[in-house]
Design a protein around this ligand. Sequence first.
Ligand code: ME8
Length: 518
Amino acid sequence: MGDPFYITTAISYPNGKPHIGHAYEAIAADVIARFQRQMGRDVRFQTGTDEHGLKMAQKARDLGTTPAALADEMSQYFIDMDAALNISYDVFQRTTEPRHHAASQELWRRMEANGDLYLDRYEGWYSVRDEAYYDESELVGGDSGEKLSPQGTPVEWTVEESWFFRLSAYQDRLLALLETDGFLRPESRRNEMIAFVKAGLRDLSISRTSFDWGVKVPGSDTHVMYVWIDALTNYLTGLGFPDEGADFARFWPCDLHLIGKDITRFHTIYWPAFLMSAGIAVPRQVFSHGFLLNRGQKESKSLGNVTDPIELADRFGVDTLRYFLMREVAFGQDGSYSPDAIVTRANAELANSFGNLAQRTLSMIFKNLDGDLKPFQTAEVDDALHVLVATACGSELPKAFQALDFSNGIEAWMRAVYACNQYVDEQAPWSLRKTDPERMRIVLQTLFIAVRDLAIAIRAVVPASADKLLDQLGVPSGERDFAALADADWYGRLVASEFRVAQPVGVFPRLELPAETD
Ligand code: ME8
């Protein structure tokens, strides 16, 4: 078994249906998980829903239902979205599960035992939408002079008895952690967090008494935990904590928490401080991705531009959507999407370039060689193509993906696809058919090998399509990872197995540009 690799997404608030931001994060995490599996790692991939807190309680009240019923109903939409997007998670953790309450209470007890919790009174500006208290100095003015959080959400002056966490005691350790290379990426976010810690950390209010939709504070029944304490603990719950058994021992500390930029503070300051207090190792890396915008605008109900990611996947194809998001957006930065951009990208790269290459190659082998593959001797030009493709697929793409630089990894792959298409045009196998059938055979078989390499390399991004293609290429399902890619004997085994190329079925359809261009 390979080395363990534990990756998590943020757990989503199920107070509404999933939006494109949720889909983006799930897809990015899934591409990483699948890529690491292809690299031979023993991957544990966790996602879930964050079901407590005032936001959920208020939404349930508005709808005339209970928070528990709302959570049950809405978390199913996230499970359905993951199924629709082919998200290969191992654990879907819901925070209303009893085992999660037990895990959160144990974390609390450990922090208390370490002397980091104390009871006091809290007065401050609370944003229900962000589930966070803000300092007066952080607030911004709204259009009609009202006070808003730095995220632009309404805040209320709140006074209550509260448990506090001694965050101020962790300032130096947190600074050292943030300065550790690779803990928080991208760099711009790391600088922001370092500046935040350097400005001085205040103790954190971590319980509420004004409502009861949450995890009860051990020994303090009128208090429920601040929702972020229990939310962050989900990453431990899924591994069986407080039982520090096999899963916990194998997968903790987490290799990668993948989150959006708006919740970086919670994951790189509060969370490591809680863990340090409880005597638990901190995660190895947090990556905070950018926001996805709809034609450059944030989606919101009032703008009427909220997109259902399942509809997008139905309309353009799951793999098209996955490919577009990973290719188009420089990972870590904000990105924009529109139906036109999806169609243009998918047609240019998947349908016209890679899909066309695969389709041409397989149908020429089917028609001209009776689908029959043989061992063959290459010329210099064939070897050059082989080296170029093998380098892009076996080295450039995985190196970029390892660094979470997906757009550049895919670009290297695309360059190899273009080189193959250029090779087809230059070698013109269709005209060799009469003049030099043996040379035609060599060209087509060289292309067959290139298509196989390209399909394996892009498999994490477009898993269903790549597998459909690899099935047509006769590549066994156990030989589709990066070790298999580097195995020089596979072609010989395939030939010996008497596999024959059948009439190919197109894998990447050409899409129509949407009629409406508003
Ligand atoms: O923040 N583009 O939940 P959430 C990209 N429950 N990513 C986006 C986005 C967008 N437009 N909008 C949101 C929460 N996200 C908490 C997390 S973790 C212990 C608790 C990202 O449903 C967002 O940054 O508001 C977060 O990573 C995830 O979607 C869930 O957001």
